[in-house]
Design a protein around this ligand. Sequence first.
Ligand code: PAF
Length: 285
Amino acid sequence: MQIIRELEALRQAVAEYRGSGKRIALVPTMGALHAGHMALIEEGLRRADAVIASIFVNPRQFGPNEDLAAYPRRERTDAQMLEKHGCAILWAPAVETMYPEGFATTVSVSGVSEVLEGAARPGHFDGVSTVVLKLLNQVQPDIALFGEKDWQQLAVIRRMATDLDLPVEIHGVPIERDDQGLALSSRNAYLSEEELVAARTLPRALGEAAAAIGRGEPAEAALAAATARLAEAGFTDIDYVTLRDAATLQPIEALGEAPARLLAAARMGPARLIDNLPVEPTTSV
Ligand code: PAF
């Protein structure tokens, strides 16, 4: 696996792959890689001939109260994992390469980026959209893969790619979960054994709410029950447990024609956890 830090070298390496007719996949990450990221690499390899992963801890998506300095950085271990999983290139630019002196452009996707995480973390999605557009322009992949765990991020990126006619397929990869359903996340590492056990209430509560709504029970009651269950399990700062249109992230009160998604964000001890599930009508026989 090549580790590349300069844009010119990246462009040359990508041109070589393209020259030999290879389809290229990009997996953008901020490092601290885990099995969830490896699922993205593996899916990339199923859908393209060569996978390029990027590791860039993007300062523009961290708020003033979010600790950018404390974000885990372990490039050597990450690179070993990527190589083992068949990644062709690790694109790891420095902050000065990504945002040189005088950088003055921000990409802002209105609507879908303003609610939920966007409301809780002002400016976050502007930072994400800006860096993802840059990564897509730098690598010019045929396909870019993102985890469905950050469902809203995926919706924002899809909106941006459609609106700006980006010649890339944006592909969402289902959430990797542990054997008890907890979505894999770098933030799980902050949890004590006891908190980890309690955190597993999150996917269970969402699963029950999704099933109830799917059976036709009122969404409001199902969401209230899930919220109460989270509070009982020790979750605090329950920012939202909500039923949304899966693409626009606007609130919906019941299932309709458009795909629906149940999303939640709450704090367990030191970690703010997010999770989401599709909600589909179930037909009884
Ligand atoms: O999901 C992430 O790790 C980041 O938000 C991304 C997409 C790599 C942009 O910095």
